[in-house]
Design a protein around this ligand. Sequence first.
Ligand code: BGC
Length: 556
Amino acid sequence: MTTIETKATTPDEAWWRQAVVYQVYPRSFADGNGDGIGDLAGILSRIDHIVSLGVDAVWLSPFYPSALVDGGYDVDDYMDVDPRIGTLEEIDRLVATLHAHGIRVMVDLVPNHSSNLHESFRAAVAAGPGSPERDLFVFRDGRGEHGELPPAEWSSLMGDPAWTRVPDGQWYLHLFTKEQPDWNWANPAVHEYFLKVLRFWGDRGVDGFRVDVANALTKRLDDELPTQEELDTPGAFPVGDHPLFDRDDVQDVYREWRQVFDEYDPPLMAVAEAWVTPERRLRYTASGGLDQAFGFDLLRATWDPASFRRIIEESYALAERADVPATWVFSNHDVVRHATRYGLVGGGDENDWLLSRGAHPAEDRDLGLRRARAVTMLALALPGSAYLYQGEELGLPEVMVPDEQRQDPVFWRKGGKEIGRDGCRVPLPWTKDGSSFGFGTGGAHLPQPEWFAQYAAELQEQDPASTLHLYRRALGLRRRLQSAARMEWLELGEDVVAFQRPGGWCSVTNFGSRPATLPRGTVLLASDERGIQDGSLLPDTTVWLDLRPAATTQSA
Ligand code: BGC
């Protein structure tokens, strides 16, 4: 176990409260052995890149043994590493190396479901109805004369039915694919097992967890099961007592985990992935359980200053109530990259764009990148923690992966009605040439388009105006300027989102189509070098200004 000396970005009680966390999706980051799948050796070979960004922590998406039915979120063994990705020794080395650079490490924990290849699920199927093994998962007899009908006609979030039959006739529940059976959180043995998993990683020196589908886990499965329509009807169940999601009693699980987190010094941290309303999000942090929950509201916001202002305002109101800093996220491995989302012009959204295979709305990559750079700087200027997704520091757009090469079960199991998430999971371009743009010496498990060359990290290294340099500069300045204290709005017009921070600096973003007049101040950083002209901020640009009188010798 390694210890870590460095403090987080700003003096705040706990390291994570103002941290910038960089998400690594191991299979697509860098491939050390040339088999086309990213691995720990690959990550270790690119440590300098991560360090150069100036992030406080790395979150590793699943690297566990997995058949990859759902990109690794189908976990065969929570306490091991997939041999295609590496070994436990390499994880130890990665943790130690990141710690030596002052970077914390979070791992992804997937507690709602395992995989059908997990030894406990195999044992459950083998042991038969009524066995203690079977009770670790959610098994039921079917309906109909011979139990030939599922216990309920529910569909999983991946499109196919949510109940699957095993050879002896019983059915098991899976909210995701049939290869992802749900654990039975009504069984204390499941609780014990996960406490063991938490300690396994805590003892290895990991600093925290990202908790996958944190709003599922506990369920109320009465004899009489509701219909799908009832499940989907807002208000059909009292808040906190929906049979499947966001139940109040899931917090008991997290309170139990808290005790394990607090066995460590500093305590382990955990962030909830819970697609719930902002109001409900509070419960995941204010209950003596997990530390924070991703705020996905900005991620869903269109290029609209009023929405940005409202979401920021609401997020702070909630953060203050829960005494937990807000979290800011624009991209992750589940959504269309924000450089593409903000570049779709002419009506329609990213789902239309995906379904039309990129035909409409039209994608304006330059505009998308300008706006992505602008909103990233805006969010980095806000108090709270920020989660970045690998490749956004290169300004990568979404890739339109050809249908036949798609891997995401969402695409295949929904019969193409949803396109899925492969486009943001395409292996990163490190070099402008090479069989997989420097991802590895072999190919790439998802196809990289030709235009990836122009986004290569090696090219961006040489270009001071690149997105890569912008991220480094923004994170460097943030480290110096950031504080936990609240921001104050500045009124600079309807199209402008501007706020001041303690220490006399401010962030100004122009969402409009005309130049916006800037207050007097010294430019600290602009999302576009050519974005300031004659004291005005051009559209689609953010600038950070030092407003202190002594600093205004050089005017914006
Ligand atoms: C993960 C997805 C995954 C799902 C099931 C999500 O929240 O981020 O990638 O498909 O959980 O584990």
